[in-house]
Design a protein around this ligand. Structure first.
Ligand SMILES: N[C@@H](CCC(=O)N[C@@H](CS)C(=O)NCC(=O)O)C(=O)O
Length: 220
């Protein structure tokens, strides 16, 4: 039975799971939910994921939500290529990177990106500037790591890269919007602000099925 993957366009948490599926070359049935139609809040979907969020994965009878849980499940179940490290040290560093992303980048990103995308809370200038400062520090940390290596951990793409990348893309997309301009967020042009991150983004964009994972509504 094919894997069913429930996702929403532009969700960085769903995007990291889709990238995992593609990097592993797994066949899956795409279940794109429209946020605008509240398809993630229907009784049928809430039975799969009582939080009413994306992503959710169904593999046979097994249903799982929470992107990092799904990524580690997929890696254990379908180990080729391994994405959570070949050594204990790599595994520890990958989880550290993911934990840093959830603890620092994701909350700060939310505070910057949401007002810019949805227009609500743009008057909270101090809060946005403070979150943007945290984000710049996080970008700097990954930029420093990427100055020494093509990938965040080890010598191959791992769950660390796949987990962080969609959040970086979301911040960059927000930074390019007109509503972001008064804040002088300092991320663009990326090749000048965070050179190593820019090269890493290109590396991920060059992955074989990357285009299939690109949020459809970002193309419009
Ligand atoms: N920690 C969750 C976060 C999932 C999440 O926040 N998804 C958002 C989209 S980015 C969502 O579905 N929001 C809809 C809602 O909360 O109603 C994960 O990693 O899967």
């Amino acid at each position: 039975m094919a894997i069913e993957f429930y996702w929403g366009s532009g969700s960085p948490f769903a995007w990291r799971v889709m990238l995992t599926l593609e990097v592993k070359g797994l066949a899956y049935e795409s279940k794109l939910l429209e946020f605008s139609k509240a398809e993630h809040k229907t009784p049928a979907y809430l039975r799969l994921n009582p939080r009413g969020k994306v992503p959710t994965l169904k593999d046979g009878d097994f249903v799982l939500y929470e992107s990092l849980g799904i990524m580690s499940y997929l890696d254990r179940k379908y180990p080729d290529p391994p994405l959570f490290g070949k050594t204990a040290e790599e595994t520890g560093l990958i989880w550290r990177t993911l934990a840093e992303c959830e603890s620092y980048m994701a909350p700060a990103g939310n505070k910057v990106v949401r007002p810019i995308f949805f227009g609500k809370g743009l008057d909270q200038v101090e809060e946005i500037q403070e979150a943007a400062q945290t984000l710049r520090q996080e970008f700097k940390m990954i930029d420093d790591r990427l100055a020494r290596s093509n990938w965040l951990v080890g010598d191959k793409i791992s769950a660390a890269d796949i987990g962080v990348f969609p959040l970086v893309q979301l911040v960059l997309r927000a930074a390019g919007k007109e509503a972001a301009q008064p804040f002088h967020l300092g991320f663009l042009p990326l090749a000048q602000t965070f050179t190593n991150v820019a090269r890493w983004v290109e590396r991920i964009e060059a992955l074989p099925n990357y285009q299939r994972t690109y949020p459809p509504h970002w193309r419009q």
